[in-house]
Design a protein around this ligand. Structure first.
Ligand SMILES: Cc1cc2nc3c(=O)[nH]c(=O)nc-3n(C[C@H](O)[C@H](O)[C@H](O)COP(=O)(O)OP(=O)(O)OC[C@H]3O[C@@H](n4cnc5c(N)ncnc54)[C@H](O)[C@@H]3O)c2cc1C
Length: 458
């Protein structure tokens, strides 16, 4: 089946892009591996129970506006489709209900969002330890709330999860924050700009007040964090204000920010930059969201972290750009201009947040014995040893010791491997490079391949 535009990912960016593109007269398909539209922030919003809506709050239920508009747009929707191959000429291969299938489109809009930054700490692979995002996915998809969890890391999403757990009647046992006091101090220069995005600051202050009122033990500027346990996590050890601390814990939730999910943009060999503040790779896009390939646009957090409102605005802007490429409209820049202005306003708070909540230094320079590649059990010490032997980049490190060769294709270790090699070799992160991503982007079974049909039927 052929389309004008295939939008990959049904979060706020993908929903807004597909809706606007269909309204402009394009034949559009939207694919996502989830069974319901919404992406990370609005996961399952159409089917959430009254209790889930109450616990997750108005910022969550706001997603309904996007899903409603999408359903009325006339765009074709393929839920439950895990995309595992994309080519520069617009061929998209995916698995749906145990069967590999393909569609083709003249223009691709990648809207695959963000992933949580890996947080390699001693003991982070122990059962009982997971990411804060994973805990939130359980809340949104299964109504399950972690009990007596210890939250470790930094950033707005960690506060949000703590506030949502409090609303669900299961307040965290402790919140251990890793940003240093100097980070907040250095971010003061960005406060005037951030005031343009004051609703975000107000929300942050309200969440902190909620956490305080609920009596959650809060530790700030924590360092030397380790998760203790033999076959399950039992405690968290860390230092704070010059004192060693230990807290018993059976569930630990880690988070120190989100980074663009670049698996598809990398597989497509698009150009990327490196963001020194966020310490991550970001695909290069122009003001209309077009990447280094003219028939591929990128919208939402996958093109740089901005949050849900920015994602929706950039999705709409990308739709205008794609429609112009296809000859459906000729005034894309003029139509996008008011949206770009709104997007700039929504982004005003980001420099402050990025400086106030930087990635945790201990995780950027993990101790030698800390596991970096979870799939292949490669440690930070192994990566340093490879560097000593002359290894200069993550693709060589893969050949030296299998880091990034497992089923996650480097999603959990790629950034850390680049970071450690850059430190050891003295190269920049761009010179060090990123893992070369190849199909299949997600694990695919032989049965799915055997059931392959070249064209989806509808
Ligand atoms: C775990 C997690 C939880 C978050 N929770 C919140 C929150 O509660 N509040 C908040 O303000 N921000 C949250 N964020 C930040 C959030 O990413 C953005 O604010 C917003 O959702 C970005 O929208 P997006 O459309 O760019 O991407 P997303 O909303 O992430 O949507 C991307 C979509 O692409 C799909 N996708 C990705 N790869 C594939 C593939 N190979 N095949 C098929 N489909 C694919 C995903 O299933 C997803 O639906 C969260 C981020 C993460 C990583």
């Amino acid at each position: 089946m052929s389309y004008d535009i295939a939008v990959l990912g049904a979060g706020p960016a993908g929903l807004a892009a597909a809706t606007r593109a269909a309204q402009l007269g394009a034949h559009v398909v939207l694919l996502d591996e989830q069974e319901h539209p919404g992406g990370q922030i609005y996961r399952n919003v159409d089917v959430a129970s009254g209790m889930q809506q109450r616990v997750l709050g108005a910022d969550y239920t706001a997603g309904r506006q996007l899903t409603d508009a999408f359903r009325q747009s006339g765009a074709v929707y393929y839920p439950g489709c895990t995309i595992w191959d994309v080519t520069r000429d617009g061929q998209v291969t995916f698995s749906e209900a145990g069967k590999a299938q393909q569609i083709k489109a003249s223009h691709l809009i990648l809207a695959t969002g963000a992933t949580e930054r890996p947080m390699p700490l001693p003991g982070w692979t122990l059962p009982g330890v997971m990411t804060a995002g994973a805990a939130q996915i359980l809340m949104k998809s299964g109504g399950l709330v972690a009990q007596d969890a210890v939250l470790i890391g930094s950033g707005p999403l960690l506060y949000l999860l703590a506030a949502q757990m409090i609303s669900a009647g299961s307040k965290p046992a402790a919140l251990i924050e890793t940003q240093a006091r100097a980070d907040l101090w250095s971010a003061r220069a960005n406060i005037p700009g951030a005031l343009r995005g004051w609703p975000y600051l107000a929300k942050g202050a309200a969440m902190l007040a909620r956490i305080k009122l609920a009596g959650v033990s809060r530790f700030t500027a924590a360092h030397d964090v380790a998760l203790i346990g033999e076959d399950h996590v039992t405690a968290v050890r860390f230092s704070c204000d010059g004192k060693p601390q230990e807290i018993a814990a059976e569930t630990v939730l880690l988070h120190h920010g989100v980074v663009p999910n670049t698996q598809m943009s990398r597989a497509l060999r698009l150009d990327h930059d490196y963001d020194q503040t966020q310490r991550c790779f970001v695909p290069k896009v122009n003001a209309m969201g077009v990447s280094s390939h003219p028939s591929i646009s990128i919208a939402g957090d996958g093109a740089g972290i901005g949050g849900a409102k920015v994602a929706a605005l950039s999705g709409e802007i990308a739709a205008f750009g794609a429609a112009q490429t296809l000859g459906l409209i000729s005034d894309a820049e003029a139509l996008a201009a008011p949206l770009q202005k709104k997007r700039a306003k929504e982004l005003a708070v980001r420099p402050f947040l990025d400086r106030a909540y930087p990635p945790f230094e201990q995780c950027l320079r993990p101790a030698n014995e800390t596991i970096i590649c979870r799939c292949e059990e490669v440690t930070a010490g192994d990566i340093r040893r490879f560097a000593e032997l002359g290894c200069k980049g993550p693709n060589q490190a893969k050949a030296f010791g299998r880091a990034g060769m497992g089923p996650c294709q480097g999603r959990f270790c790629g950034l850390t491997v680049t970071e450690i090699l850059a430190q050891e070799t003295g190269q920049t992160q761009i010179e060090t490079g990123a893992l070369r991503i190849r199909s299949p982007l997600k694990p695919v079974t032989l049965g799915e391949l055997a059931a392959y049909s070249p064209d989806r039927e509808n």
